[in-house]
Each structure stands twice: as C-alpha cells, then as structure tokens.
Design a protein. Sequence first.
Length: 181
Amino acid sequence: MRNYPYTVDNGQGETLTFVSVKHESDGDRIYVDGVAQPGAGPPMHVHYRQEEAVRVVSGRIGYQLLGEAPKFAEAGDVVVWPAGTAHKWWNAGSTELRMSGWCNPPGNVEFFLATLFESVKRNGGRPGLFDAAFLMRRYRSEFGMLEIPAFVRNIVLPIVFVIGQSIGKYKRYSDAPAPLP
C-alpha cells in the first residue's frame, strides 16, 4: 500500500492523484484527482464492479457511453457511470481539464490504473504487451478495455499471459493484489 496522496502520469497528457480511501456508510471509496490535457483521456472501457464518478473542477469533459452520442460537462457538473457501464471520456476543451472523483468500491482500481499508467509511460504511449496481458487477464472480473479487438482480448492476450508466466515476466508483480472473484 502506498502513502496518500501520490500521483501517476501516463506521459500522454493524463495524470491521476490517488488522494485517499475512505470508509463510508455505503462502503469504501477511493478518491482521485485527475488532470487531462486537451484531447487526452482513456479509450472505451468498463468497470464491471465499480461505480465511477467525476466532478469537473475546471475545463470541459466529453464523455460517451457505448453506442450513444457524445455528451459534455462543464465546471461544477458531476458525471456518474454505474458499475458495468461501458464509457470513455476526454478533455473536450482547449485548456487543461481538472476533475475530482471516486470509485466505489475501490477493488483493484488503484493498482490497475497505477500499473497501466506506468507501463504506458515506459512504453511511449501504449502499455507493454506483457503488462497489458497481465492486467487484462488477472483483473478481467473488474475491468475491460473494449477498444481492444475481441480476438486480441480473448485469444492473443491470454496466450501472451501464459507465455509471460512461463518466461518470468511477472515476477515484478509478485505483490499484486488478488483479483476479485
């Protein structure tokens, strides 16, 4: 467990600061502050178990649910994506986007995102193949990256995961949190 707060940067115009985990009446929540440069943001993805919410502090966010038209939110607006809702978001403005938000329950979102950001930064814009295979296979009960073609998600990444295990690529993840059942 890291000490809070701490910041991760994906090298592609997006930073996340993990602020705290709080025990609340409806369960644990992890609080996160985010900054995105114009155009930056994650691809279509889903948190199968976590509700995700963001409040726009400054700037303009664009967001889209799978199969729907884009929507936009401005400073002061709150956007909530219930667990299991496929979505993406991006900085839809010409200035820096600042947000604060949370995931409930935290599950492995902190490890997943911190590891993903570190890999994207280390590999110049995309996660390393073995890192992606590890994260997508181990945490498949919590997260899905829907812009990865189904063949790659369902066939290629599981094969790469097995290869990575057999050649010792995942030793650095020996203390990774267990996946949720």
